[in-house]
Design a protein around this ligand. Sequence first.
Ligand code: GDP
Length: 221
Amino acid sequence: MTVGPAAPDAAEDAIAFGRRLFARPCTFIAGAASIDALPPPALPEIAFAGRSNVGKSSLLNALVGQKALARTSNTPGRTQQLNFFELSGALMLVDLPGYGYARAPKESAAGWTRLTQAYLKGRATLRRLCLLVDARHGLKDSDREIMALLDRTAVSYQAVLTKIDKVKPAALEALRAALKPELARHIACHPDIIATSAVTGAGIPELRAALAALAAPGHFG
Ligand code: GDP
């Protein structure tokens, strides 16, 4: 739950800035099932990825304070789409397909859609990918495959722990301690780990602050 080594006032300002930005309307723009269907790159983009069931939809909904924003992505048959949500002229939030679902081999990291990989390689406006990791499970091999892909494609990414309400504080600290050195070995990985719960709201202000820092300037006061 950190927004970097800023002074307390700067950290508070960043939290307030994030809160104001994410209070703005967020709307579904497009669900892209092919490269041609991607909306034109205009705003800075934040992509969200993680294993199926990691809590991605819940986190997106918690971030924007809407109960059902990301439900679109869970519509059966549409899970391999890239879903774009615009946050009020300032940021595009991009919900990527889940991966690593044991009963659906096509959703393994290796089979993570060609479309997703093409998007990651070619999207000049992509500022950061939030790699969601279930705090109960830590990194799995499928996450490591995705991290290797992100390193290769030079996509800047950041680990975001989900469901921290399900683990005891000591277990959370142990997970952080185990993750830090592993993440540090990845060239494209941001050093800060943000720990969140969509249920309690823990870490949501910090994540908003970190993402708001990447928003297009001058779009709100
Ligand atoms: P997705 O498949 O990654 O989009 O995951 P969902 O957002 O649909 O969540 C998967 C399951 O985890 C659902 O049963 C959620 O209610 C549950 N879940 C999601 N986030 C949290 C959280 O922060 N805490 C707890 N306890 N459960 C969560």
